[in-house]
Structures are given as C-alpha cells and as structure tokens.
Design a protein around this ligand. Structure first.
Ligand code: ADP
Ligand code: MG
Length: 265
C-alpha cells in the first residue's frame, strides 16, 4: 500500500508524510474506501490527507460515543423518539425535547421524574442519559438500592475514595427508583453522602414514585431528608408524570380490541 500511495501522490515530502501516516494510524481499511473517491475526484495529496483526517476524527467520535454509552451502564436502550407523548397528555413534550438538548448538564441542574409506576420515568431518564452521551457527557446509571449497595461495598473494601473519584468523573448520574424500597439507615446515609458529593458538581436525574413530602419514609429520618431535599431541589426541573401505566393501558386496549373482534365474528 505504501508504494501505491507514493505512486499516486508523488511530491515533495510525500514519502515522509505517508510513512508517518501509516505508522501512527489504523487507516489501511479506511484507505481503500477513502482513496477511491479521492482518486476519482483527482484530489491533491493535501486533499487526500484532509479526507483521511476527517474520516479518522469521525470514527474516533463514534467510538468515544459508543464507549460512553457502554460505560453509562443503561439497563435498556430507550430513546425520546420512541416515547409516545400522546399516551401521557399531561406531559409537556417540548419541555422533554428541550431537556434532551442536555443544557441542564452544563448548567449543573437536575431533573426529578415523579409519578406512579409504568408511566415512563425510567424510559425518559435513560433516553436523556443517552442523549447526553451523544453530546459528549459521561453518564452513570444506577438504581437507588444499587447505588446504596455500591457505596456500602466500597466502604467495606475501603475503596470509597476510588468510588467518589469515579462518581466525580461523571457529568450526569441517574438514580432510578428512589422510594420503591425503604432504605435502611446505612443505605440512607450512603445515599445522603452521594447526594452531598454531587451537589453543584454533578447533574442528577432522579426517578421516584413518592412525592417529596413522603421522602422521610425512604430515608427514615426527617432531618436527613430535609437536608437532602434542600440540596436536591436546588436548581432542579421537577417533571410530574401523572397517568396510567403505559403497558397496562396498552394491554387493556388490546383486550378490548380482542373483545370487539370476538363480538363481531
Ligand atoms: P416507570 O419507570 O415510570 O415505572 P418505565 O419507564 O419503566 O416506567 O416504563 C415501563 C415500560 O413502558 C417501558 O418498557 C417503557 O419503555 C414503556 N413506556 C412507558 N411509557 C411509555 C410511553 N409514553 N411511550 C412509549 N413507551 C412507554
Ligand atoms: Mg422505573
């Protein structure tokens, strides 16, 4: 391939460039793809280099994005585009699309999705997280109990600082299902430590089925909850999602559809 490149792009300094090019990159595969259109357009060597560099940058960005998506640990792939806004008319679609622009992360703001089970809180939290990954932010997804356990394990193994450093590296952390299970005192304290660490440094998305007034039930301590809410509700978008469970509604509709067909036949 070296000879082929040198032949095609003869000129001063070309040999050196090609040497460097082939030495430092993994371009052989792209070369075949890139060389053809360049040759057809009869581009200069600089043009060819520019084309290759653009390809490399695009590929690196794609890989970095895939890495961020993987590192985030999302349990499933959910996107805003797959969300049926008609099913939840009380939800302001424009507001969600705006949040999808990820500005809340650069502003160090948070989001709380509040509503009963099945209305799509986790769906939107994941979807916003994935948008953030695509925009270059580092994200982490945890369930509330999973996060409390991770803290407890790190404390036991004396890796707490390591965990805190890892948390610090994330631009956005999603804490899913806060309130589904009451936390023991240790877990509540660990989560309180986590929320304090994130305060004004890392953006948070929290999903919960419990209104703030019932949060003492989760943390088992009025004062601890008060201090936590004070931190969490500072610069936060509260998105109330009131409605019927999406799946339940869907299966009801299917059943009704089934009944209608039966009556007809
Ligand atoms: P929650 O976290 O509020 O309990 P989920 O986000 O887990 O609810 O939603 C349960 C399931 O229903 C998921 O598979 C989710 O993708 C789907 N779902 C919920 N609401 C919608 C919606 N409005 N449009 C499309 N899918 C939805
Ligand atoms: Mg959920």
């Amino acid at each position: 391939m070296r000879r082929e490149l040198e032949y095609r792009y003869e000129g001063e300094g070309t040999r050196k460039y090609i040497g460097i090019l082939l030495l430092f990159t993994r371009w052989p595969v792209e070369y075949t793809r890139a060389a053809r259109p360049c040759a057809q357009e009869d581009r200069s060597f600089e043009g060819f280099l520019h084309y290759l560099a653009e390809l490399e940058v695009a590929q690196r960005q794609r890989k970095a994005c895939q890495r961020r998506l993987k590192e985030a640990g999302f349990p499933t792939e959910k996107e805003i585009a797959d969300f049926d806004f008609v099913a939840l008319p009380s939800l302001n679609k424009k507001r969600i699309l705006d949040l999808g622009q990820s500005h809340f992360i650069s502003q160090r703001e948070g989001i709380v999705f509040l509503g009963p089970p099945g209305v799509g809180k986790t769906h939107l939290a994941i979807a916003l997280g994935r948008e953030a990954c695509r925009r270059g932010y580092r994200v982490g997804f945890f369930t509330a109990t999973g996060l409390a356990t991770t803290y407890a394990e790190a404390r036991e193994e004396r890796h707490l600082q390591k965990l805190e450093r890892a948390i610090d590296k994330r631009d956005l952390i999603i804490v899913d299902e806060l309130g589904y299970v009451p936390l023991g005192q240790g877990a509540a304290e660990n989560l309180f430590g986590f929320f304090s660490q994130c305060y004004e440094r890392t953006s948070l998305i929290v999903t919960t089925n419990l209104p703030f007034s019932q949060w003492p039930q989760i943390f088992g301590d009025e004062r601890l909850t008060g201090a936590l809410l004070d931190r969490l509700t500072h610069r936060v978008h509260i998105v109330e999602m009131q409605g019927e469970s999406y799946r339940l509604k869907k299966s009801k509709k299917q059943k009704e559809g089934g009944k209608t067909t039966k009556t007809k036949s």
